[in-house]
Design a protein around this ligand. Structure first.
Ligand code: FAD
Length: 457
């Protein structure tokens, strides 16, 4: 059955799950469109992943499903890997503030500056008044047809006041996807006697002093894997990075270090503590650090099987946002990766808000399903595994952003932002040790600041 298009005059009552960058901008866009909004946030502050904490989970690999979850995966030394000018929301520039000691004016600032920016954003748009902090969503499910056939959602949440059971017209899922670790499959690892840790639980290098460390990195987490390896190399005896994307013969000492090597994949980890790489080299390691990325995880969501996570594909989802069978009541903000996230969150949120108000229509359920299947078939015929469904390589992120912008009659992504992202992305790989402090795209910075004038008083 085709989804019914909402009456254009309707203001919906919407639950937003999470007050990270995605939830904040979702709340703003929903309210701008005339909806009433409640943001349910498990933590005690806004900013999600940008709320650095020195706390880690008790289980260093985060395998125990009953463990107390620490949301943020940031390490203390983290600076942004995207230049600030192109990282910010489109109409609230992430501009360098005059250096008064409280802010970090660098182009790739420390994580504290991103949190400060998100706080500025929340303040500017009075977002906090919509947020219920320390309120964890424990269940979100469609209301049974007998109870209500209007496509409503039941949301159960837990706070110090007990469990609340509420009905909403729609739910926007903004719970982030950098908290639930993925692990590398390493032959022999079960009998390997050393320590293992996932980067989710890495904060500072101190515990690795004088140790031999193997850092396993994969596509998608390589920027933080590279950062972490360098961070640890400051104190460790040796750091051996194992990368899936290098050739099997690779054995290189990384420039600027006398204790940091690059290897291909691990062939086997042995009971005697050795780790053998595909290049034939063997090291006796104290610790294996898994910088192997994260899983999409929605433990609170019960869609009666309409949305599943299969090999890290969240689907079926029309344009990575709406499950055809549950649209427009359920939507997901922020699933794509290898992107510049904040502007994309903003455009996805504008689209959802406009669909919910009826200003913008969705295709029929069948058409959305057909479009989604065509997309999945295209990935399959190109040999792209399901786990890369939400990866947006090359031009696809800005094509997608511009498609979203067109849906909502909003200006397309600025050319300078696109170019800056590409140049910045290449710089990460070409000069991974220095890219945050050396660049040659000053002309794009000038263009960005010319544009920012219209949003800054
Ligand atoms: P999050 O920030 O994770 O927020 C999700 C929120 O949902 C959290 O506050 C959480 O408490 C809440 N929540 C979760 N479950 C529940 C529940 N059941 N009930 C209630 N609340 C819940 N992006 C960049 O633009 N530039 C960078 O340089 C950059 N570097 C990064 C480095 C690292 C190491 C990582 C991990 C990510 C980085 N990112 C970077 C990506 C970053 O994740 C996004 O920029 C963005 O902040 C994600 O926002 P989000 O709102 O989707 O998720």
């Amino acid at each position: 059955m085709a989804p019914s298009h909402p009456d254009p005059t309707i203001s919906r009552h919407v639950a937003v799950i999470g007050a990270g960058a995605a939830g904040l901008v979702a709340a703003r866009e929903l309210r701008r469109e005339g909806h009433s909004v409640v943001v349910l946030e498990r933590g005690s502050q806004i900013g999600g992943v940008w709320g650095y904490t020195s706390q880690v989970e008790p289980d260093p690999l985060s395998l125990d499903p009953s463990r107390p979850v620490v949301h943020s995966s940031l390490y203390r030394s983290l600076r942004t890997n995207i230049p600030r000018e192109c990282m910010g929301f489109t109409d609230f520039p992430f501009a360098a503030r005059p250096h008064d000691g409280s802010r970090d004016p660098r182009r790739h600032p420390a994580h504290t500056e991103v949190l400060a920016y998100l706080r500025d954003f929340a303040k500017e748009f009075d977002i906090e008044e919509m947020i219920r902090f320390e309120t964890e969503v424990v269940k979100a499910e469609p209301v049974e047809a007998e109870e209500d056939d209007g496509g409503k959602w039941r949301v159960k949440s837990r706070s110090s006041d007990g469990v609340a059971d509420e009905i909403y017209d729609a739910v926007m899922v903004c719970n982030g996807h950098y908290t639930e670790p993925r692990h590398a499959l390493i032959a022999g690892i079960d009998s390997w006697p050393g320590k293992q840790i996932h980067s989710h639980n890495y904060r500072v290098p101190d515990q690795f002093k004088n140790q031999v460390i193997v850092v396993v990195i994969v596509i998608g987490s390589s920027a933080s894997g590279v950062d972490i390896s360098r961070d640890i190399a400051k104190v460790a005896k040796e750091v051996h990075v194992s990368s899936r994307s290098t050739s099997p013969e690779t054995y290189e000492k990384l420039p600027g270090y006398d204790n940091l090597w690059l290897h291909p994949t691990i062939e086997i980890a042995r009971e005697d503590g050795s780790v053998v790489f595909e290049n034939g080299k063997t090291v006796y390691a104290d610790t294996i650090m898994h910088c192997t990325g994260y899983k999409y995880y929605f433990p609170f969501l019960d869609t009666k099987g309409e949305v599943t996570v299969d090999d890290n594909r969240v689907g079926p989802l029309y344009k990575h946002v709406f499950p055809p069978a549950l649209a427009p009541g359920l939507s997901f903000i922020g699933l794509p990766w290898q992107i510049t996230p904040f502007p994309m969150f903003e455009l996805q949120s504008k689209w959802v808000a406009a669909v919910l108000s009826g200003r913008v229509s969705l295709p029929s359920q069948d058409e959305m399903m057909e479009d989604t299947k065509t997309f999945y078939n295209k990935l399959e015929s190109s040999g792209i595994p399901k786990r890369y469904t939400h990866l947006m390589p090359d031009d696809s992120q800005f094509e997608y952003d511009n498609w979203l912008a067109d849906q909502c009659d909003y200006p397309r992504i600025e050319k300078w932002r696109e170019q800056m992202f590409y140049i910045g992305f290449k710089r990460i790989y070409a000069q991974s040790a220095t890219y945050r402090d050396n660049w040659d795209d000053d002309h794009l910075i000038a263009e960005a600041y010319d544009d920012f004038v219209k949003f800054m008083s």
